[in-house]
Design a protein around this ligand. Sequence first.
Ligand SMILES: *Cc1c(COP(=O)(O)O)cnc(C)c1O
Length: 372
Amino acid sequence: MLRTVERIPLVDLDVHHAPLQRELAAAAARVLVSNRFVLGPELSAFEREASMALGVRSAVGVSSGTDALTCLLLAAGVGAGHEVITTPYSFFATAEAIVRAGARPVFADIDPHTLNLDPARAGERVGPRTAAVLVVHLFGRPVSLDRFGEVCAANALPLIEDAAQAIGAAAPGRLAGSARALGAAISFFPAKNLGGFGDGGMVLTDDGEIAARVRRLRNHGAERKHHHFEAGGNFRLDELQAALLRVKLPNLVRWTEARRQVAAAYHLQLADLPLQLPPADPCCVWNQFVVRVRDGRRDHLAAHLADRGVETAVHYPVPIHMQPAFRSLGHRPGEFPHAEQAARDSLALPIFPELTSGQIARVAAAIADFFG
Ligand SMILES: *Cc1c(COP(=O)(O)O)cnc(C)c1O
């Protein structure tokens, strides 16, 4: 008889939410009986609590991380005829938001060590139409805002952060969304470090004017009912999501610490294998733990792990400049070799706060067995 092996998922929301189920149900019930569902007291309270927890003056809830990016770009004055410099190695939404804002994404290659946009290469792409630099703290690893701050200051450009995967990540000395950058977009997609129960996102900023503009954009450009000052959209975070996220927010620091312990355990247990591990970084919040697999063996390792009940994922198999949606930009394979190499050899292993030491050991043993 076949022994059934316990499956180890990439993310396990069952164990993640189990201890909170009663509190979550109570929060949802509170909203249901209130019959207030949009722009109400739960959102105001969540925005206050999030701004305190994340160390920023303003936190503005919106409908998704993608909409947070679009609103932030529009609020920064990005529009038609502009270019925004960004990374070709991220989730598609990073570049999509630039197009939604009316501008053109201009890519620069990544640093092969951190997988984040390389500040020197980004600086080389600045031209007369450049309106902003959009960095991504990929997989939860903060970019150096000091380095990008210098690039932006030298060219009088706003720096904008896609912190969808990096809520609470401290870039040297500070939290994502404060100080050097104009603002940061975060996502509450369920698989992010602070996941909601559907879609949601938030703009974090210390700039009062940017916060006010995002508040207006998220609600049809209206400052009061039926008085519209610009075409925005319906980008609101609803009361149900806000109430549920308020239950989860106080646990974020503890969950981040648990992710760091998982990453540290992987570093120890995978150290002697012929894999390239993500660099250790005390500021990283490890939304993903992504290893590099040499010699074209990435997909073989993934299949080997799947056979042993270990779920993995490829983030991202197609770099953004090679997506069919951006064919009109005219990019060619080979233009951003570090991003293209990462797309070929990166593999994300299971990581979530409740991953047990037994599960980590099983993942490590299954990988060791592959190279055995
Ligand atoms: C998830 C994600 C987004 C988009 O967030 P949504 O809430 O899914 O719209 C944008 N950028 C990055 C890097 C992401 O991981």
